[in-house]
Design a protein around this ligand. Structure first.
Ligand SMILES: Cc1ncc(C[n+]2csc(CCOP(=O)(O)OP(=O)(O)O)c2C)c(N)n1
Ligand SMILES: [Mg+2]
Length: 343
């Protein structure tokens, strides 16, 4: 099903909220760019980028109750987790693998986001494994509501789970199992597929015989919607609708946000071997940040002076975060196995 533009929840967003959305997209982009530089300088070992996906992620983040609803993200979700209160300083500690790293005490690779205090669930490297786990958490939410342990209208309690992954990962068995479970039990569950057309070097048509991942949802009795993932407000609109369905017992939604990653898969990939420069340049012209910036300026919501201030603020925050991470101590050796094994 194609997203409709009949009702636009985004038209109710206040200018300050729109600017918050823009700021987080910009901050994420600048932080991401710095990570690439640090990698090329040989200062960090690995980076996997969320560039190009910021519109999809911020559109989703602003539609849920942030910090309360559960989020089970994947490795590209830098903008999403920034919106959930992770800071550039936190992310830098992950990149440098230093003491104080928030997700795993620096024992997991960077971008394996997890933070109990913000209800960000812990993911693993095998792709799509978060989907059945997310469905399980959604089942627990529904079960607690049905047992009368939690009021379904209490918005201080988690009322849904948002999980995300790439389109290639929807070929994994776990995705199908999780979607099926969500459909069978009509769970408060939203699966955001960030479709950037490639699974490393494998294009979408090498992964599935359908044009839209959203078309797969019908097989599970799940509502499926695709949307232009480079249009943050369009993403917000479909997510807002999916959130209301989930909160009101209407069941799960699969949202496919069609986007692109303008950079290689990770710091260790060379995308010149599988896609043309012309294709990349064409997509860069559809960049979600430039697009939103143009919209906000045309609407008189964002001024050049405000944009300059955001740029300066982002740079200062990122510089400070980098310097703090570089100066931070290495993790304690004695901690290497703590929290790994239960005894
Ligand atoms: C089960 C499993 N198989 C293979 C990999 C290696 N791998 C990591 S990311 C990735 C591509 C995933 O592509 P997609 O789902 O489209 O997400 P994207 O990286 O494009 O956002 C692969 C194959 C993995 N991590 N887990
Ligand atoms: Mg992909």
């Amino acid at each position: 099903m194609v997203a409709t533009t009949m009702t636009r929840p985004s038209s109710r967003l206040k200018p300050d909220t729109l600017l918050d959305m823009f700021w987080l997209m910009l901050l994420s982009r600048r932080l991401d760019e710095r990570a690439w530089v640090l990698h090329r300088q040989g200062k960090i070992a690995f980076h996997i980028s969320g560039m190009g996906h910021e519109g999809a992620q911020i559109g989703a983040a602003f539609a849920i109750k942030r910090g309360v609803d559960y989020v089970h993200p994947y490795y590209r979700d830098l903008a999403l987790v920034l919106a959930l209160s992770i800071t550039p300083a936190d992310f830098m500690l992950s990149l440098f693998g230093k003491k104080g790293e928030f997700s795993s005490k620096a024992r997991q690779m960077p971008s394996h986001f997890s933070a109990k205090q913000f209800n960000i669930l812990s993911g693993s490297s095998p792709v799509a494994t978060q989907v059945p786990q997310a469905a399980g958490v959604a089942f627990a939410i529904k079960y607690k509501q049905q047992m009368g342990l939690v009021d379904p209208n209490d918005d201080t309690q988690p009322r849904l789970v948002l999980t995300s992954l790439g389109e290639g990962s929807t070929s994994q068995g776990e995705w199908h199992e999780g979607m099926n479970w969500a459909g069978v039990h009509k769970l408060p569950f939203i699966c955001l597929v960030e479709n950037n057309l490639y699974a490393i070097s494998v294009p979408q048509e090498g992964q599935m015989a359908v044009s839209n991942v959203a078309d797969r949802a019908a097989a599970y009795g799940v509502r499926g919607v695709w949307v232009d993932g480079n249009d943050v407000l369009a993403v917000y609109d479909v997510l807002a609708e999916a959130v209301q369905r989930a909160y009101s017992g209407g069941g799960p939604t699969l949202v496919e946000a069609k986007t692109y990653r303008p950079v290689p898969h990770s710091s260790d990939d060379d995308d010149r071997s599988y896609r043309s420069r012309e294709e990349v340049e064409e997509w860069k012209r559809k960049d979600p940040i430039l697009r939103f910036q143009k919209h906000l300026m045309e609407e008189g919501i964002l001024s050049q002076a405000q944009l300059d201030e955001y740029e300066a603020r982002a740079r200062a925050m990122i510089d400070e975060a980098q310097h703090a991470a570089e100066a931070a101590p290495e993790p304690d050796e004695a901690d290497a196995l703590s929290d790994v094994y239960a005894v």
